[in-house]
Design a protein around this ligand. Sequence first.
Ligand code: NAD
Ligand code: GLY
Length: 371
Amino acid sequence: LQSIRVKFTEVRNPGYDILLEPGFLVKSGGILQKRFPGHTPFIISSPAVYGLYGKTLQKSLKKAGFPEAKRYLLPDGEENKNLGHFCMATAGLSWFSGGQPAKPLVLLLGGGVVGDLGGFVAACFRRGAAMVQIPTTLLAMVDSSVGGKLGVDLHTQRGTVKNLVGAFYQPSLVLVDLSCLRSLPAREVRCGLAEAVKMAVLFDPGLFRRMEQGARDLLALKPALLSDVIRLCAAHKARLVQRDEFDRKGERALLNLGHTFGHGVESASRFRVRHGEAVAFGLACACDLSRLLGLSGPKAGLERVEALLGRLGLATRLSRISPVRVLDAMRQDKKFEGELKFVLPVTLGRSRLVTVRSLSKVQEVLASRLA
Ligand code: NAD
Ligand code: GLY
């Protein structure tokens, strides 16, 4: 069993554990009963993931003495991370009002979409219900299940704005069962690896090197390197989140490396490009922009980023997406406040948050990568 503790300095939040072990799901009921006695579980998942793992989870809960968990199944796709499903999932939880068992325990079984929307439901229900993230995609294991950034996209007159409505609300526990990855489609494995490359570029040249050497093993889901990648990424994220829980000090903002370009491409492609794929594209763009602005020189080694993404099967050039629409979408982003901010790598292991006032270099990068 491997364990990472997320600690906060505020008394309000005692922190939580991220527990990593293959085969966890089978034991999850016992772990939850020990930590959340007197609670009644409610599962938020997707039809596909619940079909694969719902039975195992329910069986384990039952064995530990919990009643059968009621559930809300969110259809797959970023387009369903919306207020409509937020309302329906919350309505499902309202079973807990009016004399029913008082303490809900919301279990989020799935990828980042389930985690973001379901976590937001837990954050809002009675102003905060206990919530456990059980990530089943690699992306959710290395990134989204940790840190309590939750929310939904909003359809506005100007298009869909990602994560426009949301909250910071930490989980009470994160349970990572690596064996869930065996059923993950190859495309989703690559998406998770994109976020892992992001973490390595930001904080960990040693991990970056190991990913270069073991790219094939990672794609084949060989557990030795993969479990290290997940543990190290979760630990890097935990460290940043505990230093800057509410994203106000410019430290957590580093996690947006690749995301300004990435969110633009995700929205402009109407979510045909998946989040992880958009992050990979955004990483390559961030390296280009860093070079064009003179923040990184030829010795920075940033050409290795594009090479590693390529070895992991991630595209760094895209077609059939208009650079003009991407730039428009970047300006609609929730973080846009009249000027574009980018996290740009200076070298492997060090990045900076930079405000870019002249758009010409940004346009140059987009024009070359979206040709
Ligand atoms: P996802 O949640 O859409 O899941 C991808 C697909 O994988 C789905 O079709 C799902 O049914 C399937 N799936 C999940 N687990 C499976 C398994 N074990 N076996 C087989 N199929 C499985 O995608 P994602 O990449 O996990 O998450 C992307 C979302 O995460 C985006 O909305 C993004 O904005 C968000 N995100 C949030 C944070 C954060 O800090 N909150 C960080 C990064 C990304
Ligand atoms: N994914 C960015 C963050 O959690 O801050």
